[in-house]
Each structure stands twice: as C-alpha cells, then as structure tokens.
Write a protein that binds this ligand. Structure first.
Ligand SMILES: [Zn+2]
Length: 342
C-alpha cells in the first residue's frame, strides 16, 4: 500500500477518543490568534511553537509548565471557551473521524486565574460548544470532570459535588497531575462519593517510569474504584498488574505521543501499546493533549499501524473496547457508531 492508501485506510476507521484534556486541545491557528490579541510577541508560527508547543521529550519541566499556563491564560472569556470546545470536537471529527468523544476539563485549573468567569458559566460554555458540534456532525460528546492532585482534598470534594450536581452533563470524574508527589490513597473518600452518586471513575495512574507506578494502578482500582485507567503504561513492568487488568477487563487509555513526550517511555518504538494488546489488556488509543503536543488522533493511529505493528482489525478491536468503556449512554452511542465494522 502506498502512503495515500494507508492514510485513507486509517482515516476510515471510526474512532473513539476517551482521554483528551480540553484545555490543551486547542486548534493551533485559534490559539495563535488569541495570543496575538492578548499582546504576546508572536510574529510567526515558529514564535508560536517556541512559546506554546511541546514537540520534544520534556527535559526541562519549568518550560513545559510555562506552556501549559500560557495556554490556560488565554481562556479568559466564555466566548473563547465555547469556541475552544466546539473546535476541539470539530477537529476530532474532521481530522480523525472520531464519532465518540469524551473531553475532560478541570474547573479548578481555569477558574484559578479567571474566577470571575464563574463555575456555572464556564461549564455552560463548554456544554454549549460540545452541543453545537453534536448538532453539526454525527458525533457524541461527553464530559469528565478532572480533579487536580495538587489541590486540597477539600477543594477536590467541592468539585466532586459540582460534578455530581451536573450528572448527565458530567459522566465521570478523573484524577490528574503529578502522580509522583501525590499518590492515589488520600483521594479514596472523594472517589467513593462520586462512584456512589453514579459517576464513572477514571484515574491517571501508572504513567511515569518509576518503580511505584504499577502499584498506583492497583490502588486506583481497589481504593478509588477506577473502572478505567488514564495511561497505565507502566503496567508492562509488572506481571501481577497485567493479570489483574486482563482478568477484570480494565481499560487502559493509552496515549503514545504523550507518553514519549513526558518520558514515560524511552521512545515511540518502545511504547508497550501493542505488547499490552497482545497480552490481552483492553487497550485504547488516545491523544491526551493534542493542541499543546501538536498532534491529532490520526497521528496516534499512524504510530500504532506504521511503527507498533497493529493491523486494522486490531485497531477496530481497540475501538470496540473503547465504545463499550465510554461513559456516554448506550442509545446515544448507538446513533453515531456504525454497525457494520468488521
Ligand atoms: Zn491525561
């Protein structure tokens, strides 16, 4: 097959995206427009890339953090947030043929710098952007409320109640940020409450390449009631963890480029996505932070097919697991998901 045929083959796979952070899922041209509007010294695409994009493995954490914050600091109005949300959905559909999309956002992240927006207004602007996309394209969009490990338990309990109060629009809660400094255990009461209220639970765990990472996956399942794991890439180093994932059918939300850029894996070629798949783990393929990492979901499928050795049937299987694991209602999923996939 030539390049064009492979592109067509991969694009035509109907896709599910389960792990994408809305705040970092901007369209590049829009973010550049906002940066210029806000008076930043951006005269070219190169200037923009230097200030906003992460294209090489992150050796210098402060500069990476600066890029995240530069992005967040542009989310200063409800108009921008609605547009960000709509375009994140639109790009998923048009560029990668995504039919089922779960976007996650942390109210505490944006409101920390723009408290005047108000949590209800922020949430409504996001819902409005996603609804507009659902009306425009044959896609289903659901939201996950991300809690930040670096915030206090009290604040995270507040946002959990916020998510519970908007159940239906929020389908699940998530725990993100620094897994090294903030292990999962203390967050157990928060996720017990969310689970009891009927929300789904997905936890970032087993992401950094450190000895305790695989254990965090089990703690997230056992204590935090995780039904899905964000990343979980380090499971590959622990047979007992792999057995649990296989036996219980726990879905991993894997994000190859992101795992390479954060140095969770030494290289794209060594990403264990295919190995985990071959061992029977329910692997799904996701983009994590497509804006700031300058990728779209298609790039992850190119990696899976061209580098990691997946065939189309196996990629369809990953999507079938992702459809099943998506927190979006079955009848909504059915309307947008093609029935004749082999
Ligand atoms: Zn993530």
């Amino acid at each position: 097959m030539n390049h064009e045929e492979i592109e067509k083959l991969l694009f035509n796979i109907p896709k599910v995206e389960l792990h994408c952070h809305l705040e970092l899922a901007y369209r590049k041209s829009t973010m550049m427009e906002w940066a210029i509007e806000d008076g930043l010294e951006i005269k070219s695409e190169d200037d923009f890339a230097k200030e906003f994009l992460i294209k090489e493995p992150m050796q210098d954490l402060p500069s990476v953090l600066k890029k995240f914050l530069q992005t967040r600091d542009r989310l200063s109005s409800l108009e921008r947030i609605e547009r960000l949300s709509f375009e994140a959905c639109e790009d998923m559909y048009l560029k990668s043929n995504v039919r089922i999309l779960e976007l996650r956002y942390a109210p505490s992240f944006t409101l920390e710098v723009f408290p005047e927006l108000g949590a209800d207004n922020l949430h409504e602007a996001i819902v409005k952007g996603c609804k507009r996309a659902e009306l425009t394209y044959p896609m289903a969009v659901g939201l996950i409320c991300t809690l930040q490990r670096i915030k206090s338990l009290k604040e995270n309990m507040y946002w959990t109640d916020f998510a519970i109060g908007r159940k239906g629009e929020f389908l699940a809660v998530d725990l993100a940020d620094d897994e090294v400094g903030y292990p999962p255990e203390p967050f157990a009461p928060i996720f017990s409450k969310a689970k009891a209220a009927g929300l789904g639970v997905t936890i970032h765990a087993g992401e950094p390449n450190l000895p305790q990472a695989p254990k965090n996956i089990l703690t997230s399942i056992d204590l935090l009631h995780a039904d899905r794991i964000g990343h979980g890439v380090q499971a590959i180093h622990d047979e007992a963890v792999i057995h649990r994932l296989v036996d219980e059918g726990v879905v991993l939300e894997l994000c190859p480029t992101s795992n390479w850029l954060t140095e969770a894996v030494p290289s794209i070629e060594e990403h264990p996505l295919k190995k985990l798949y071959d061992l029977g783990v329910r692997t799904t393929i996701n983009s994590d932070d497509p804006g700031v990492m300058d990728i779209d979901l298609m790039d992850e499928y190119r990696i899976a097919y061209n580098i990691l050795g997946f065939n189309v049937e196996q990629l369809n299987q990953c999507n079938a697991w992702a459809v099943e694991a998506s927190y979006i209602c079955d009848d909504v999923k059915e309307k947008v998901w093609p029935k004749d996939i082999t």
